[in-house]
Design a protein around this ligand. Structure first.
Ligand SMILES: [Zn+2]
Length: 436
């Protein structure tokens, strides 16, 4: 049994009462948290990590990232959503071979870990062949991250999301042969096209398939202008197809009535504040304030590193700013930083379909945590911990990362072959990008 004791830190449990232990220990045994509190005794053989004076938090949860796109980082700085579809999803995605999916997924997962993200929803709409699916799962497992592999659809030359097609049947093989265990480190979800792209009949088929397989579903619905031009949420609600197992990505184009429909059905929502505010066509708005008004606590997501940074600290700050910007008269109080931190942890866990498994440091939950250096020169003296994290933390402050009791980052360095992952991704970029 692997035992890890993280000792002497200022522990933000993110439990229901946001309990903070000023000088506490976290004990992880066999992959699960077994105790949180002051002065725990280290069992024989325990690996002891000193966190004296530092902040100890639950690992962060990224609820939607197209990890396969990592080799194409920052290429989309000037892209609109149409450019993203026509220049990336079509031609480049069709060129992706399984080894390119592997390279992108591995580098992206390592970057997520480096930034303190211990759970990643890998939104993989790059299932060109079954070997592509295998490559995604292999890379996620090798990285050591906790992942929900959201199995998507293939990208064919010349086209973005194919219209009115049903989900690839190979997801049955993935469920049976690759990811049958919902308690494993890597689990399965369906990354569905959803009603805005595939229409209601195909979506009805896809949701039934996912529910037959017993896996959660995630779909981009009401993204930017699609909220007004297509009726995805209303159609799903009318058909009785919404439910807590269906996570809606973006929803920033949804009207308040549609948000109420999501709230009534218990649908989680993943928001990507950085890309939603910066990519033309994605609406230039984040639904954070309207979601909270509707009673929905969203999870946060990076979405695509073609346009966004690899970490969730950036998303937290964009969410905070978007909330403020949604109240131009500044009539209401600012969003508390603690609530933003919950979006990146406990609310993210629910949005990822991992309710009660990750997102807080509570006995019985997964042994996933991060340690942030409190003495960093750009940070000390830290007083209110959640305020400091949300306003000013960055991946360089992430000293230690533990996933399921395995130490994956220590003393500020990833315990992985980063150079290999970088070289593979560089080679992929050279292969898949045509003349620019
Ligand atoms: Zn997306």
């Amino acid at each position: 049994v692997d035992i890890v004791l993280v000792r002497g830190g200022r522990v933000l449990t993110l439990d229901d009462r946001a309990t903070e232990v000023p000088r506490g220990d976290v004990l992880i045994s066999d992959g699960l948290i077994t105790a949180v509190g002051p002065d725990l005794v280290a069992p024989p053989g325990a690996q002891v990590l000193d966190a004296t004076g530092d902040l100890v938090l639950p690992g962060l949860v990224d609820t939607h990232r197209h990890t396969w796109q990592t080799p194409l980082r920052h290429r989309g700085a000037q892209w609109s959503m149409d450019d993203y579809r026509d220049r990336l999803l079509g031609p480049v995605g069709a060129r992706y071979q399984p080894e390119d999916v592997y390279a992108g997924t591995l580098l992206g997962a390592l970057a997520a870990l480096d930034a303190g993200i211990t759970t990643l929803v890998d939104w993989a709409h790059i299932q060109n062949t079954p070997a592509h699916s295998d490559a995604s799962v292999t890379a996620l497992r090798e990285s050591g991250i906790r992942a929900v592999f959201a199995h998507g659809w293939p990208i064919h030359p010349g086209g973005g999301p194919a219209q009115a097609r049903t989900h690839p049947a190979d997801i049955r093989r993935v469920r049976t042969d690759l990811l049958p265990d919902d308690a494993a480190l890597v689990t399965l979800a369906m990354g569905a096209r959803g009603p805005d792209y595939a229409g209601l009949p195909a979506t009805r088929h896809d949701l039934a398939l996912a529910r037959e397989l017993g896996i959660p579903i995630t779909a981009h619905i009401a993204s930017g202008r699609f909220g007004a031009s297509r009726r995805g949420i209303a159609d799903l609600a009318g058909a009785g197809l919404l439910g807590p197992d269906l996570t809606v990505v973006h929803a920033n184009g949804a009207g308040d009535e549609d948000l109420r429909r999501l709230a009534d059905a218990g649908c989680p929502v993943s928001i990507s504040p950085q890309i939603e505010l910066t990519m033309p066509g994605l609406g230039a708005s984040v639904a954070v304030r309207r979601l909270l008004d509707a009673g929905i606590h969203p999870g946060l997501s990076v979405d695509s590193e073609t346009v966004a940074s690899a970490d969730l600290f950036t998303q937290m700050r964009f969410a905070l700013a978007a909330h403020r910007a949604g109240d131009p008269e500044q009539a209401g109080p600012p969003l508390p930083a603690l609530e933003v931190l919950r979006m990146a942890t406990v609310h993210g866990a629910r949005t990822a379909g991992l309710t009660d498994r990750v997102g807080s440091l509570v006995p019985g939950r997964a042994g996933d945590l991060i340690v942030l250096r409190a003495d960093a020169v750009g940070w000390a003296p830290v007083r209110a911990a959640a305020d400091a994290v949300v306003l000013a933390a960055h991946p360089g402050m992430v000293e230690t990362v533990v996933v399921a009791g395995r130490v994956l980052k220590r003393d500020g360095r990833l315990l992985a072959d980063v150079a290999r992952a970088r070289d593979l991704a560089t080679a992929t970029a050279g292969r898949v990008i045509g003349p620019e």
